[in-house]
Design a protein around this ligand. Structure first.
Ligand SMILES: Nc1ccn([C@H]2C[C@H](O)[C@@H](COP(=O)(O)O)O2)c(=O)n1
Ligand SMILES: [Zn+2]
Length: 161
């Protein structure tokens, strides 16, 4: 008889997005994204970080002060889109740990992605997120909150030798 406790597609793809987020060096907010085709094939992943060549150790991670991370960091969604290196994203879905900002929303819309599945909407009250939702509504990009059937998924690297 087949296993019954396997994870569903949404849990799988959000799990991949969250695993990608574990690569982020941002001390405050780690965001991961996973882009998936209409037929559930993973096309790309990304996480928030500085552009290639801009060292994680040289650029600032601060949120406030003279030098902040904001002008430098590439958001997870944009990294995931750019990591496809121009592959078609027509009708794709993007799973993302945090609701896309307005700049990422523009890139999502323009890339042909048709659905956003998100986990957190912690910046829901900000102008950026409100602008994202307005643009996605106008462009017909659907968005929905991820509703898992379990609270945690554990990865155990210990295997029988
Ligand atoms: N949808 C988003 C929103 C934000 N990010 C990145 C940008 C920063 O690295 C971090 C947010 O930092 P905070 O202001 O919470 O300290 O998350 C992203 O990748 N995607
Ligand atoms: Zn963004």
């Amino acid at each position: 008889m087949k296993r019954r406790d396997y994870i569903c597609w949404d849990e799988y793809f959000m799990g991949v997005a969250m695993l990608a987020a574990k690569r982020s060096k941002d001390p405050n907010t780690q965001v991961g994204a996973c882009i998936v085709s209409q037929d559930n094939i993973i096309l790309s992943t990304g996480y928030n970080g500085f552009p290639v060549g801009c060292s994680d150790d040289d650029y600032p991670w601060d949120r406030e002060g003279e030098q902040t991370k904001y002008p430098f960091v590439v958001h997870a969604e944009l990294n995931a889109i750019l990591n496809t290196r121009g592959k078609s994203l027509e009708n794709a879905k993007i799973y993302v740990a945090l609701f896309p900002c307005n700049e990422c929303a523009k890139a999502i819309i323009q890339s042909g992605i048709r659905e956003v599945v998100y986990l957190s909407d912690k910046y829901a009250h900000t102008d950026g997120t409100l602008a994202s939702k307005r643009m996605m509504d106008s462009a017909g990009v659907k968005y929905r909150r991820f509703t898992p059937s379990v609270d945690t998924i554990t990865l155990d690297f210990r295997v029988e030798q």
